[in-house]
Design a protein around this ligand. Structure first.
Ligand SMILES: Cc1cc2nc3c(=O)[nH]c(=O)nc-3n(C[C@H](O)[C@H](O)[C@H](O)COP(=O)(O)OP(=O)(O)OC[C@H]3O[C@@H](n4cnc5c(N)ncnc54)[C@H](O)[C@@H]3O)c2cc1C
Length: 209
């Protein structure tokens, strides 16, 4: 695959416009040579208002890669995919694992350990998220504080009632960040968090992810 960086197109550009721009950038005459285009990152360039642009970083699956790369401009290179793989662990280890707290750290530790064959037990002092929503609303409306289950404490942890701002970290070579983002998508987050520059899951969605 070939990576194209900093490809700027008007925000109203269609998929066909993107395809044509990619052909031009890679100096390809036959657009059928392009098998797939994946958006790695998309940011907004609003410096020349009222004209608005998207700046794309793309991974392009295309025929004759080597020839294209020989004559490519500086913003074009071979695409390298970084896949995260969980460190090998001894799953015969029969020690019980207890995780204290069901915030992002506890939830993800539980998920990763389960995928590695363990059966971790997660304990949480606060309520499950559905009940916690009611406790938090009661606090905001009437000032009643439940010390065990509130904005900070309960299933989902401290940021559950935020808009879930995320970091994409496109240059992360461990592949871990994209592994985390893909896990969010598998559990209900919108797919665009995988490539938009400043993604967020959304307040109305976060508690269900
Ligand atoms: C209002 C708000 C908005 C935020 N928005 C964002 C955002 O948009 N993006 C972002 O990246 N970060 C955001 N954050 C920060 C983010 O929420 C934290 O970095 C993150 O929650 C830390 O995760 P954690 O699992 O380490 O701890 P926590 O989320 O604090 O989780 C700890 C868990 O342990 C439980 N616990 C504590 N003591 C005990 C005990 N003795 N026994 C059992 N359970 C216990 C708590 O109830 C809690 O559920 C926000 C934070 C807040 C408060």
């Amino acid at each position: 695959m070939i990576q194209i960086n900093q490809l700027k197109l008007p925000i109203y550009a269609t998929e066909e416009d993107v395809l044509q721009a990619v052909c031009k950038e890679l100096r390809i005459k036959n657009k059928k040579d392009i098998k797939n285009i994946r958006v790695l990152k998309r940011s907004v360039d609003s410096r020349k208002k009222p004209d608005l642009y998207y700046v794309y970083h793309l991974a392009v699956d295309v025929l004759h890669e080597e020839i294209i790369l020989k004559h490519a401009k500086n913003n074009i290179c071979l695409y390298e995919e970084y896949e995260f793989s969980f460190p090998k662990v001894d799953i015969r280890n029969d020690k019980n694992i207890v995780i204290v707290g069901m915030g992002p750290a506890g939830l993800f530790a539980g998920l990763m350990l389960s995928r590695a064959g363990y059966k971790p037990l997660i304990i949480e002092r606060g309520q499950k998220v559905e009940d916690r929503i009611r406790t938090v609303e009661d606090f905001f409306a009437n000032g009643n504080l439940n010390p065990k289950s509130n904005v900070q404490f309960g299933e989902g942890g401290a940021g559950t009632f935020s808009d879930g701002k995320l970091n994409t970290m496109i240059k992360d070579k461990s592949g871990f960040i994209s592994y985390v983002l893909k896990t969010f998508v598998e559990h209900g987050a919108d797919e665009d968090i995988l490539y938009v520059n400043k993604p967020h899951i959304g307040t109305d969605v976060l508690s269900r992810v």
